[in-house]
Structures are given as C-alpha cells and as structure tokens.
Design a protein around this ligand. Structure first.
Ligand SMILES: C[S@@+](CC[C@H](N)C(=O)[O-])C[C@H]1O[C@@H](n2cnc3c(N)ncnc32)[C@H](O)[C@@H]1O
Length: 204
C-alpha cells in the first residue's frame, strides 16, 4: 500500500485542513447521483426531523434545506468539517433549523426516538464499531423511522487505489445481517447510478 493511498484513506475518514476541504468538495461533484438518490427517497418536508451522520462539508444539508425548511441535526468526528459545514449552512443555522456538532455515530448524544429519518453517505466504512453505530442509529430513530445509508458498492470501492487500507467494505448480505443485528425489521436496496452506489434502506 502506498503512503499516498494511506494518506488519502485517512483524509476520507477524518478530513482536515486544505486537503480535506478540497477532497470533500471533489466528492460533492463526483457523487451527485448519491446525494440526489437520498433526497428523492426521503422527500424532505418541513415537519421532518432529520439526523445526518458524518456530514462532511454539509452539502447534503444545503440540498435538503433548499427543498424544505426542516429540522436538521448533524454530527461529524472532524472539527474542520464542522467549521466548513457551519459556514456552508449559515442561513439554516441562524434560522435555528440546522444544528451541526462534533460527534461519533457510535456514541450519539440524542435521546431515544428523536428522529423521523437518519441519513449517512460514504461514512460507514470508517466507523470504529459498525454494529454499535447501527444500534445507536436504531435507538435515536422514532418508531417507524427510516435510516438511509448511501454507500459505494464494494466493486466501486475496489476500483480505487486508496481503499485498500482504512476502509471497511461490505457486501449486500453483510448490510442486511448487520442491520438485523442492530434491530431493524426491514432492509432493502436501491441502486445509485449504474454499478456505482447503493442506498441501503433500514426500517425500524
Ligand atoms: C467521505 S466523507 C463523506 C462526507 C459527506 N457524508 C458527503 O458524502 O458529502 C466521510 C465523513 O464521515 C465522517 N466520519 C467518519 N467516521 C465518523 C463517525 N464515526 N461518526 C461521525 N462521522 C464520521 C468524516 O469526518 C467525514 O466528514
């Protein structure tokens, strides 16, 4: 594994500084089909309360808020991303609708049954304890809440040089098994692009 590959993988999992900023900006362009896939499925409306796990530069928050002035909470482990995402979502924050903070999805600070929807995009590969993260998301979802997990397929991840280390890559059956272990009762998939990404939909 090259040093560059390791560095790139680290930046994906915990972006920081100017490199992290540029990398996440590039992802906003490359992964348009994934952001739009989440939005088409959640169909944002003003009464929704949403949690986004690992928001990066807050691009998804911006897109959702443009459609509906709903209540959006976000957590990310990167202090630099909290700063950038807060700048990018000034209006929603000053309106008291968007709340972004440092946090780890394996240890959420929210009460049980808090959210209608939880989203995450390209983060599950980096969680320290995947089952614990899924259990935490299950816990904070309201009854009948839904978790939308947008991921690159294992095949897509294998095509890029920097995913050899630092990325946990899962097959479809593993997403189902882990979701069931966390308590989700129904788990389904939608394709995001052609042979590119997957939206894993977990119903509580
Ligand atoms: C590849 S970036 C994706 C950012 C954003 N979701 C997007 O697609 O535009 C991964 C993000 O997940 C965050 N992250 C990684 N592990 C996390 C964890 N355990 N809890 C919360 N955020 C995490 C990183 O800091 C980073 O901002």
């Amino acid at each position: 594994m090259s040093k560059l590959g390791d560095y790139w993988a680290f930046q994906c999992g915990n972006p920081r500084g100017i490199v992290g900023k540029i990398m996440i900006g590039a992802m906003n362009i490359a992964n348009k089909v994934m952001y739009h896939g989440i939005i088409e499925n959640i169909k944002p409306s003003e009464e929704m309360k949403i949690l986004d796990v690992g928001f990066g530069n807050g691009y998804l928050e911006k897109l959702i808020y443009r459609i509906a002035k709903c209540s959006i909470y976000g957590i990310d482990i990167s202090e630099d991303m909290v700063k950038i995402a807060s700048k990018n979502n000034k209006k929603g924050i000053s309106n008291g609708d968007i709340h972004l903070a440092i946090g780890d999805c394996c240890n959420l600070v929210f009460e049980n049954d808090s959210f209608d929807i939880v989203t995450t995009m390209n983060t599950i590969y980096f969680w320290n304890d995947t089952i614990q993260g899924l259990k935490e998301i299950y816990r904070v979802l309201k009854e009948d809440g839904v978790f939308y997990n947008a991921v690159l397929t294992k095949e897509s991840l294998d095509k890029v040089f920097y995913t050899k280390n630092g990325f946990k890559k899962f097959e479809k059956n593993e997403y189902v098994e882990m979701g069931q272990q966390a308590g989700f009762r129904n788990i389904s998939f939608k394709n995001l692009g052609k042979n590119y990404g997957l939206l894993v939909i977990y119903e509580k």
